[in-house]
Structure formats: structure tokens, C-alpha cells
Design a protein around this ligand. Sequence first.
Ligand code: BTN
Length: 148
Amino acid sequence: MVQATPFLLVLSLALVAPSLPARKCVLTGKWVNDLGSNMTIEAVNGKGNFNGYYYTAVTATTNKIRESPLLGSQHHTNQKSQPTFGFTVHWNFSDSVTVFTGQCFVDEEGKEILKTMWLLRSYVDNIKNDWKATRVGINVFTRLHPQK
Ligand code: BTN
């Protein structure tokens, strides 16, 4: 019985450990997505709220792209290591707004990854054009300067 205890401990750790993320996924920092857009998320406060800025690589307009502010919140009520979050980008070079929602994951190699979906609402000058004013998509973000 005495010899079996350490064995059972190691066995249970070996079974449980692979399903647990090795580290916590933290939103704060610089990220790049699959389109080449860059975003910086500043400190997440005690209520889970954060600010940041977004430099999109693409636009649905013909306007010159400029860095735009973002405002978001992360779920914080339970201290999950892979939190859900949402943020809004208020584009300051167009009349559009994008909302993103997603989850911050740590992948099998320990790399942080943000899996998001977004809705981009563009301005239309007539209610008859409302049907074509919203685009939807997916973006995957990885850290611009990953920690070793
Ligand atoms: C606009 O074109 O009016 C504003 C820029 C929108 C950029 C979109 S938001 C969703 C998608 N992901 C990005 O990184 N850029 C595009």
C-alpha cells in the first residue's frame, strides 16, 4: 500500500496533466492576426476591462488606414486560465465599428492564441442598404513577440 501511493499519484498526474493548459492566457500585450493586422491590449483592470489600439492591415473603404482605439472586457468572475472576452474597435478613419468576441487559449505547445469572430458594421446612407451593411468573419491572433 505504501509503495502503491506514489505510483498512483504519478499515474493520476500523467492522466490529468495533458488536459490542463500549462500556463494562463493573458490578453495584455501585442498581437498579430492572420490578415497581418496588429493590436495592442493594455492592462486588464480588476473588473476585467481594458483599452488598446488596433492597426488593421485591410479596410472595406478607400480611406487611408489609421490606428484606432479599442475598448473591451474579459470574463473575470471565475479565475479561468483561458478567458473569454469581447472588444469593440471604433475605427477613426471610417464610419464603421467592429465588435470582436473570442477566447484566449494556450495551445499544445504552450503558445497563446486568440480565437475570435467579428462583425463589421459599415455606414450606409439609406435604410434600403441595411441588408449589406454587416460583414462577419474569423480572426486568429498570436503574440507579436512571444515569450520563450
Ligand atoms: C473599415 O474598413 O471601415 C474599418 C476597418 C475594418 C477592418 C476589418 S475588422 C475585421 C477584420 N479584421 C481585421 O484585422 N481587419 C478587418
